[in-house]
Design a protein around this ligand. Structure first.
Ligand code: NDP
Length: 330
């Protein structure tokens, strides 16, 4: 069976040559272990950070070792009394077709509740990120204006729809006209903005957000963040969820200083890490599942087929190749 290793630490944008697929003997479970077969593997922008040799909130990947991310897997053999053959689990697992586990850190997933892939997206960490960041920092009030960047992506598409559920005017920023159309037509956002087409993003935001911006859900950082800050209202909340536009930079980019605006507007700008909110996952998942069941929430997936395509799917995140959650079906 196959494993994908980090071959080199990428310089700038990752390339397929930074990864290597190797063949290994199939593992055999010992007493207390289960054998897992990966079905769906999540690729996520933050994995880029783990490819740098830097201390962070999560340890860096090591060169010539298997990568890992969230995976939905099937138990194909069990020597652990807590797991039955044929059950499905999700967890932080290696980029391996087959692997052993003791079951620690795994969650059972119920295929009757939602399609298995949804547990890596809307009912996984990306749905939780959208919900909990808005709950903890955004604190949306009806009638407020919410701007979301990366709005057609996994986190952004859920965040925008939650804004509509909460009765807000929602503006979504994405990288193509097709994505903008999709945001307006499928997800019911009030307005989409294509950042690749606008000459001056600050002017475009000002033109559309006639009542100013109360909450900015930022997935991209950089120049789009600089632009949105120009139009924030008094007591605005800015959620620093992600900064994908800077992840491949080799030097930290500099921009206009935000502190003057934050002071004048007594605005709150706060970083968010979903992993710090595990105690609220249950409550958040119940709400997300309810919205899904009622038809208030929809989700998209971009499913790339084939284990070998993991590096390409990951690199595709930096090229905007996905709508909704980017996944690999093994
Ligand atoms: P997405 O599904 O949003 O995929 C990434 C998207 O980012 C692409 O589709 C692309 O869309 C956009 N993008 C890529 N490069 C740029 C760029 N240079 N400028 C602007 N947009 C760009 O990924 P996720 O939903 O998984 O993650 C979104 C963000 O949230 C990431 O920054 C991620 O790191 C962060 N995150 C943070 C978490 C936390 O706990 N803080 C948890 C999960 C995610 P387009 O075509 O519109 O350019």
């Amino acid at each position: 069976s196959k494993t994908i290793l980090l071959k080199n630490r990428p310089a700038g944008k990752p390339a397929t040559s930074d990864f290597e697929t190797i063949e290994e003997n199939d593992p055999k479970p010992e007493e207390g272990e289960i054998l897992l077969r990966a079905l769906y593997i999540s690729v996520d922008p933050y994995l880029r950070g783990r490819m740098r040799n830097e201390e962070s909130y999560i340890p860096p990947f090591q060169v010539n070792e298997a990568l890992e991310s969230m995976v939905v897997a099937e138990v194909v053999e069990s020597k652990n009394k807590n797991f039955q053959t044929g059950e499905y689990v999700s967890g932080m697992l290696k980029w391996k077709e087959l692997q052993l586990s003791t079951g620690t850190g795994l969650n059972r997933v119920d295929p009757d509740l939602a399609p298995l892939s949804a547990f890596l997206g809307v009912l996984g960490l990306t749905g939780l990120t959208a919900y909990l960041a808005l709950d903890k920092i955004g604190r949306l009030k009806p009638g407020e204006t919410l701007v979301v960047s990366g709005a057609a992506g996994a986190v952004g598409s859920i965040a925008g729809q939650i804004g509509k559920i909460k009765g807000c005017m929602v503006v979504g920023i994405a990288g193509s006209d097709e994505k903008v159309k999709h945001l307006e037509e499928k997800f019911g956002l009030d307005k989409g903005l294509n950042y690749n087409k606008e000459e001056n993003m600050a002017d475009a935001i000002r033109r559309i957000c006639t009542d100013g911006v109360d909450v900015y859900f930022d997935n991209v950082g950089g120049e789009i963040l600089d632009a949105v800050l120009q139009t924030i209202n008094k007591d605005a909340r800015i959620i620093n969820c992600g900064a994908i536009s800077t992840y491949n930079e080799t030097e930290v980019p500099v921009g206009p200083r935000p502190e003057g605006i934050l002071i004048k507007k007594t605005a709150l700008m706060q970083g968010f890490l979903v992993r710090d909110h595990a105690k609220d996952f249950g409550k958040a998942l119940r709400q997300l599942s309810e919205w899904l069941k009622d038809g208030n929430l929809e989700y998209d997936e971009t499913v790339v087929e084939g284990f070998d395509k993991l590096p390409e799917a990951f690199i595709g995140l930096f090229e905007g190749r996905n709508v909704g959650k980017m996944l690999v079906k093994v």
